[in-house]
Write a protein that binds this ligand. Structure first.
Ligand code: FAD
Length: 117
């Protein structure tokens, strides 16, 4: 059986992948409704995240660094920043947020041409 730490790490990697990919697909110029939806999603995510201690830490992080949802770039940079806050607390390497845009592609239909569909 896999240890708790291995499972927690797997969950974390999958969750961050989804989290950052959502930001990368978020509209460049979101409507008020889209901004409200993303903000709600982030807070609800922090409440349903299955690792209790992680959720608790993340909620505190959101209180300190509220979600920035005014544009795709703002949201992506914010998400990169808070993930780095978690990296720092866990003693992990800090990710270069200048590269976050290219890093998260989803193969979705709306992706720019030439990408995997
Ligand atoms: P991860 O941090 O999972 O990152 C996966 C990949 O994302 C990296 O390999 C890199 O390519 C990329 N990446 C790294 N940093 C960034 C960034 N800043 N922006 C964009 N991409 C980046 N674990 C605990 O033990 N305790 C906790 O309290 C805890 N809290 C968490 C809270 C949340 C909300 C989440 C989603 C996860 C949490 N985790 C926690 C899990 C932890 O963050 C890691 O996911 C896990 O330890 C696996 O780490 P990893 O080294 O594989 O890389």
């Amino acid at each position: 059986k896999m240890g708790n730490e291995t499972l927690k790490a797997e969950l974390g990697r999958a969750s961050w992948k989804l989290f950052h990919t959502i930001m990368a697909q978020y509209p460049e110029t979101p409507t008020k409704q889209e901004q409200t939806t993303l903000k709600n999603y982030i807070y609800l995510f922090s409440q349903v995240y299955p690792c209790g201690e992680c959720a608790e830490h993340f909620q505190k992080l959101l209180a300190k660094f509220p979600p920035q949802v005014s544009s795709r770039n703002t949201a992506s940079q914010w998400a990169c920043y808070v993930h780095n806050q978690v990296n720092e607390r866990l003693g992990k390497e800090i990710f270069d947020c200048n590269n976050v845009g290219e890093h998260y592609k989803c193969g979705c239909a709306e992706d720019e041409e030439g990408g995997e569909k």
